[in-house]
Design a protein around this ligand. Structure first.
Ligand code: FES
Length: 136
């Protein structure tokens, strides 16, 4: 499940045209090289979203609604490179209102699509990691 939610306004997305890196900060930092030719990676969340990229590289961010902007479980912090990401639409902001510990750099991973003009650093809150899938 995933992709676009037909009931909300789709964000304006600028697709990346070159390879770039995302460092996901979990217990240990994990660096992913994103290849635009491989997007979408797994079809969960918007194509090329942080969730799409993370899940396809073994980084288990919770995504209770399947990546269609209908929950807030994929809440992450974009520590670096936020300015290169798709803008947060009203539907995303409404869902973020339900998330704990929201900060100025909070995003829903399923709705946040980087354009690849800069490398990113993304912090996954400890309470948002999918512990069940990590076997703990
Ligand atoms: S997975 Fe539900 S809003 Fe992102």
């Amino acid at each position: 499940m995933g992709g676009n939610n037909p009931y909300i306004k789709a964000p304006q997305i600028q697709k990346p045209t070159r390879k770039f890196r995302i460092t996901f900060m979990e217990r240990e930092p994990k660096v992913i090289e994103v290849d635009p030719a491989k997007i979408p990676y797994c079809e969960t969340g918007l194509a090329g979203s942080l969730l799409d990229i993370a899940l396809s590289h073994g980084i288990e961010i919770d995504h209770a609604c399947g990546g269609v902007c209908a929950c807030s479980t994929c809440h992450v912090y974009v520590k670096e490179g936020l300015e290169t990401c798709s803008a947060s639409e009203e539907a995303e902001q409404d869902m973020l209102d339900l998330a704990p510990d929201v900060r100025p750099n909070s995003r829903l991973a399923c709705q946040c699509v980087p354009n690849g003009e800069k490398d990113l650093v993304v912090v996954i809150p400890s309470w948002n990691r999918n512990l069940a899938r990590e076997g703990h």
